[in-house]
Structures are given as C-alpha cells and as structure tokens.
Design a protein. Structure first.
Length: 245
C-alpha cells in the first residue's frame, strides 16, 4: 500500500493544475488515497491498446509515454508523462483503451481502483474538477503535438518538446537551476517528433553548439531559455498551468 511519500507526486500535480488552494480535507483525501505501488522496469507496458482496466495508474517515479503502433511495427509516441501524471485517466469513463502506456525508464507506479476514484470525485467535487481539467489539458497537449509534428521544422519541433518537458517538470518542482532529469533516448525523442535518431542527434548537436542546452547522461541543462523557446515557438498557454492565488 502507498504511504504519504508515495502520494506526494500526485498531490504536487493536482496543486499545479488547481485554480484554488486545496483544503485540509482535500489534501488528506489525496494523501490517504489507497493505491498499490509497483516497481516496473524500463520499456515495459503498463496498459495496452484494447485493455479494459478496472484501475488507473499514477506515475510516482520515472518517465513514461503514451504510444500507438502501425501495422508494420513503427511506434508513434503521442505524449510523455512525468511523476504525478495519470496517463490512463480516461479509462475511468472509457471502457476500452485506444492506446498503450509504457515506461521509458525504471518507474514506480501506483494503481488506484476506479471505484476509489469515483468515491473521491463524489466526496470532493473540486478534486473531480481538477481531474476533469487534467483530461482537457491532455487533449490540449495532443493538439499542440499535432501542430508540432505536422507544421514545424525538425529543429523547432525538437526544441518545442524540450521546452514543454522542462516547463511541466518545473511546475511539479523537478527542475533545479534550469537542470532536470531527461532520460529519453534519441530513438524515443524521434518517435515523439517523427524524426530519425540520426536527425535527432544532429539537432541536439546544433542546440549544444548554439549554447542553448547541454543534454548528457540523462540530464538536461537549459543555458538559454528564451532562445530555446523562440526556436521552438513555445508558448506555455496550452499547458494551462495554474497557481493558487
């Protein structure tokens, strides 16, 4: 079962999305939510296309992705997920999954029964509103990714994804002095941007040569945030991040 430490990533995520300060009762309900915590290795499916799950997964540690496969085995990553995210929240209302969720790194995942979430939403309607807001933001991110892959050039496309990840990690307290964990491989970044690993490597080298970033041993440091955002045409409005007044 989960401890209050296990539920902290979920609490941070809820707070980053809420338009209000959580009450003591709401914080206690989230801290005490029953979940079964499981350690998963890298490159392991959490749920698969066609599954009919009776629970949702909360990413507690590590990085995961939502993806789909073509008939000939090519993968398209449609979203990256970070600690605190609930990548399959739609399964609470959609019976059959239309995508797969897999780990990119070793992860710790908390599984929460749908019934538990339904009771939580009924008892704490403001939390229900935040979870609804999260699904809408996931859709907003998907629309931005469609624009990114369909209309931006390779250099801008990759810069945009890096800006997004840094912004989302910073919102949940996982960026320190413009440095954060970013363990995606060039293959994974390519699957997210529609680029080959060779092309991703070339773009990363250009960004490093321009003094924008350093990406080494799974750690990203942004040296010129404004420059990277300009290249990526990055406007965080689509992330709809909120801080309580």
């Amino acid at each position: 079962m989960a401890s209050s430490t296990d539920t902290e990533p979920l609490l941070r995520k809820i707070e980053s999305l809420a338009r209000f300060t959580l009450s003591t009762a709401e914080r206690s309900a989230l801290a005490d939510i029953p979940m079964r915590v499981q350690a998963l290795r890298a490159d392991q499916d959490i749920v698969r296309l066609g599954d009919r799950p009776s629970r949702c997964c909360v990413l507690l540690e590590g990085f995961a992705c939502v993806y789909k496969m073509t008939a000939d085995g090519k993968r398209q990553i449609t979203a990256f997920h970070i600690p605190g995210d609930i990548p399959d929240l739609q399964s609470l209302h959609l019976r059959t999954l239309d995508n797969s969720v897999g780990t990119l790194t070793a992860c710790r995942v908390g599984f929460v029964d749908h019934e538990v979430l339904q009771v939580l939403c009924h008892t704490h309607p403001r939390i229900a509103g935040v979870l609804w807001r999260e699904t809408l933001i996931d859709a907003s991110i998907f629309r931005e990714w469609m624009l990114n892959i369909g209309r931006r050039g390779a250099y801008s496309r990759l810069a945009h994804v890096l800006c997004e990840l840094v912004t989302r990690l910073d919102a949940v307290g996982l960026v320190d002095d413009q440095t954060c964990e970013l363990p995606m491989t060039q293959i994974e970044l390519g699957d997210a941007t529609g680029l080959t690993p060779v092309h991703v490597n070339r773009m990363l080298q250009e960004m490093r040569g321009a003094g924008l970033i350093t990406l080494k041993n799974g750690s990203l440091t942004v040296h010129d945030s404004a420059g990277l955002k300009q290249i990526g045409e990055f406007d965080p409005i689509y992330l709809h991040l909120e801080r309580p007044a």
